[in-house]
Design a protein around this ligand. Structure first.
Ligand code: FAD
Length: 298
């Protein structure tokens, strides 16, 4: 390490190794960690301000982080931050940007000419609309249908990008000598580009809000394409703050929360009482969710 790299700041050795590396996502996307602040020890250090040095029962780092996660004492997790450079299709960006508790700076199609890069799904992603889940996939299309769909997606995007290039190259036929204007204004030339077009942004978020993002976007309920990004971020969190990652998986991601009525059903089941959806008082969806959490076959 050169002298200029010596720091007094808390670092994460595993994340240091990843800084600046492009981690591929989908066909043209990536996530690159630009910078970060804090580590597991920084969370513990911040938490101890509230508990005081004398609190021995929760004094071990992992124990304290588990305690914070379990009791939703979230502010110590806000002491850590991460900044990533992300390249992603616009339709993924539209879902991602809904997470307001982050700072974003995106490439501008008003200032720059956008690259001809658009997302084409992998063949296994080409499925029918699910009949029971409005946000889900059903069976895969036939190989012939897949080839046809992929061809349509590619041809349409190619055509729009060809028009984009044409619009940007329009010549001003009435040009006076001293002016060198050409091309339709970039802010309008872009408006027909497909949602599959790749965009790029810098995204900075604290760890508490990143975990919230991951709980929603690394979940099986999220669309595959944003989940692909969330899974990479999830792995980054594991390298960055392994104790927090383990606590998050245990208490939030793979843990469960129960309503009062669901707890009542669990108590009846533990007492050996047979319960069905009809006798549970739960809606069909709540009942199915509870059975999934308890791994009860229905
Ligand atoms: C599977 C899935 C399907 C979805 N479907 C749709 C859809 O069909 N249509 C649609 O429009 N959206 C949809 N969304 C987006 C969703 O409704 C949220 O907007 C998105 O997930 C961001 O969540 P958030 O507001 O908790 O996060 P953030 O914006 O990051 O906010 C973090 C937290 O800060 C607090 N907060 C932030 N801003 C405010 C505020 N103004 N007022 C009060 N509290 C605030 C809240 O506690 C919030 O949980 C979907 C999301 C998922 C995961």
């Amino acid at each position: 390490m050169s002298a200029s790299n010596i720091t007094k700041r808390a670092i994460s050795e595993e994340l240091e190794l990843l800084l600046g590396e492009s981690l591929s996502v989908l066909d043209h996307g990536f996530i690159r960690v630009i910078d970060y602040m804090g580590n597991d020890a920084a969370i513990v250090q911040a938490a101890r301000v509230s508990y005081g040095a004398g609190t021995k029962s929760i004094s071990e780092d992992a124990g304290l982080i588990n305690y914070l996660m379990m009791n939703a004492h979230t502010s110590p997790f806000e002491m850590c931050e991460i900044k990533v450079h992300v390249k992603l299709p616009i339709f993924v960006a539209r879902q991602w940007i809904r997470h307001r508790a982050a700072s974003v700076n995106e490439v501008s199609g008003r200032y720059s000419v956008l690259s001809k890069e658009f997302y084409l799904p992998n063949l296994v992603q080409l499925c029918y609309q699910s009949s029971h889940n409005k946000q889900g996939k059903g069976a895969e299309l036939s190989p012939e249908q897949k080839a046809c769909v992929l061809d349509m997606l590619r041809t349409d995007a190619e055509q729009v990008f060809a028009h984009y290039t044409t619009l940007l190259a329009l010549q001003n036929t009435e040009q006076r000598e001293q002016l060198t204007e050409s091309g339709l204004t970039r802010e309008l030339a872009r408006i027909n580009l497909p949602l599959s077009t790749y965009t790029e942004w810098y995204w900075k978020i604290d760890l508490h809000n990143l975990l919230h993002f991951l709980s929603l976007r690394a979940s099986p309920h999220a669309q595959y394409e944003i989940r692909a990004y969330a899974e990479i971020l999830f792995d980054i969190v594991k390298r960055w703050v392994p104790l927090t990652h383990a606590a998050f998986v245990n208490y939030r991601l793979e843990g469960g929360r129960f309503s009062k009525m669901a707890l009542e059903v669990i108590r009846r089941l533990l007492a050996g009482v047979s319960v069905t959806q009809e006798t549970s008082g739960l809606s069909k969806r709540e009942w199915e969710n509870l059975c999934r959490l308890l791994q009860i076959k229905i």
